[in-house]
Design a protein around this ligand. Structure first.
Ligand code: ADP
Length: 481
């Protein structure tokens, strides 16, 4: 279209120049004829003719120049139309007003294209980085994640999935395998029932896979979700695999704790009932025997009250509603009371108890009963987890404006990776030796809460098979929050 218009323009200009030139030439000739004078030299006619010719040449030259620009623009546009979209390929024109305008348009277009290409490159780089970030995030997840089609054929698995599924193959080798075959080969204890219907329907699904007969052997939670946006077509699933062994153990410990608490409450109650009934029924009972029965009833009532207080503490601990009521008391005397309390247990296990309390230690403002329970828990653990003939040490000193009490033992110790977990409620170490010792995993959670409520801290240092040290630091006084 542009080409047609410019050649039309070219013809028009040429025609106009010719007509103009001929007209001027004719005019000059006519004037020279009318003013013919024999005396007048014929050079006038010649001059006029030459002037007219010159005018025509100049006019045609200018026209040609413009036409060349038009021609050049036309050819550049044609090549631009053919040469895809690279503005860099479009050459500039050399001079003239048309060239200036043309060059400006080209410059603007080049700048615009350049901007667009930079934006495109930035967006692409950001996209690449984003995808790389997502891939890295999936790789570092501690939960297993996999994607499969609706027949369970895996198209993606992250390293955690491979590890949890117990496969020794690389992720790339697992891709393409069937999820059902993979789990069947892993030999989960309950795969028959848990795995049935795992590929049916589109509803979210959650099953527990047990690695052995006991929770301690390992429990995995497999969850299934329909692949986002493909619910209707039922085209695929996203799977997550999580190690829930600890949760399972904690739930079991919780149930066990409730069962044993009920049992422990029943024993003193039965004793109280039996001895009081004897006192009522027996006639002529000797005063010495009477006293003995009353003593039993009293100590069983004490035991009952202690148990109820412990239960209350635990219930408050679980509800997060434990509070403290503080008063000032002597730390030395409190530690003395505690030693007397635990001495029978220490002797029973033939352990050596060393106590070292700094003489300058002052009294503190705290909840005495709660601090006693906390220290009895720490000492009770030291006794429980130290084999016979081992050593237990109780040290206390004043450091600046705080009292530091540490309980050390030469017992079984705690693995490094478990040292942060032991303060969780119902957590018990994986160590087989721990399973053989009675406990509910609540003692340290309680001790930690007591330390926190006093704005103090409780720390553990331990080496497996060498022993542990628990240090309770309490401020001498504190502002209630
Ligand atoms: P538990 O009733 O099981 O003793 P705790 O909350 O008191 O519960 O302790 C949590 C876990 O920490 C214990 O099950 C045990 O595995 C570990 N633990 C605590 N104290 C000691 C210790 N002195 N030596 C070795 N392990 C310990």
């Amino acid at each position: 279209m542009i080409a047609a218009r410019t050649s039309y323009l070219q013809r028009e200009v040429l025609l106009t120049s010719l007509i103009l030139g001929s007209t001027l030439f004719s005019l000059g000739f006519i004037i020279s004829q009318f003013s013919y004078d024999a005396s007048a030299p014929s050079y006038r006619v010649l001059a006029l003719t030459i002037a007219t010719g010159l005018l025509v040449i100049v006019g045609t030259g200018r026209m040609r120049k413009s036409l060349c620009s038009v021609d050049a623009i036309q050819s550049r546009l044609r090549s631009f139309a053919q040469s895809a979209d690279t503005m860099d390929m479009v050459p500039m024109l050399e001079n003239g007003p048309v060239a200036t305008g043309w060059n400006r348009i080209i410059e603007k277009l080049q700048a615009h294209t350049q901007e667009q290409s930079i934006e495109r490159r930035i967006a692409q780089a950001a996209g690449d980085r984003g995808a790389e970030r997502y891939a890295r995030a999936l790789r570092s997840l501690s939960d297993g994640l996999a994607i499969s089609d609706r027949f369970g054929r895996l198209s993606y698995v992250n390293p955690a999935w491979t590890r949890l599924a117990g496969s020794t193959n690389a992720e790339t080798d697992i891709v393409g395998q069937s999820l059902v075959d993979l789990f069947a080969a892993r030999g989960f204890d309950n795969w028959q029932e848990a795995g049935s219907g795992i590929l049916e329907g589109t509803r979210p699904l959650r099953v527990e896979l047990r690695c052995g007969q006991h929770s301690a052997d390992g429990v995995l939670q497999l969850a299934r979700l329909p692949l986002e946006g493909r619910v209707q077509e039922n085209e695929g699933y996203v799977w997550t695999l999580r190690d829930v062994t600890q949760n399972s153990l904690a739930n079991e410990a919780h149930e066990q704790f409730l069962a044993s608490a009920t049992h422990e409450l029943r024993t003193p109650l039965t004793n109280i009932k039996a001895y009081s009934e004897s006192l009522i029924d027996m006639e002529n009972i000797a005063p010495a025997q009477q006293k003995e029965f009353f003593n039993v009833i009293h100590s069983e009532a004490e035991r009952l009250s202690r148990l109820l207080n412990e239960l209350l503490d635990i219930q408050q601990l679980e509800a997060g509603s434990m509070t403290i009521s503080t008063a000032t008391f002597d730390v030395q005397r409190m530690l003395q009371e505690i030693q007397e309390h635990i001495l029978p247990l220490v002797e029973k296990k033939q352990l050596k108890l060393i106590c070292r309390v700094a003489p300058d230690i002052k009294s503190i403002q705290a909840d005495k009963e709660k601090i006693i329970s906390c220290l009895v828990n720490l000492l009770g653990n030291a006794i429980k987890y130290t084999p016979e003939h081992g050593e237990i040490r109780l040290f206390a000193e004043q450091v600046d404006t705080a009292v530091s009490i540490s309980v050390e033992d030469t017992g079984i110790g705690i693995a490094e990776e478990e040292q942060t977990k032991i303060f969780d409620r119902f957590y018990r170490c994986q160590d087989e030796r721990v399973n053989e010792i009675e406990g509910n995993g609540l003692g340290l959670a309680f001790a930690m809460e007591v330390a926190r409520l006093h704005q103090g801290e409780l720390k553990v240092e331990s080496r497996l098979n060498f022993g542990s040290r628990f240090t309770l630091r309490l401020p001498l006084s504190h502002k209630l929050s």
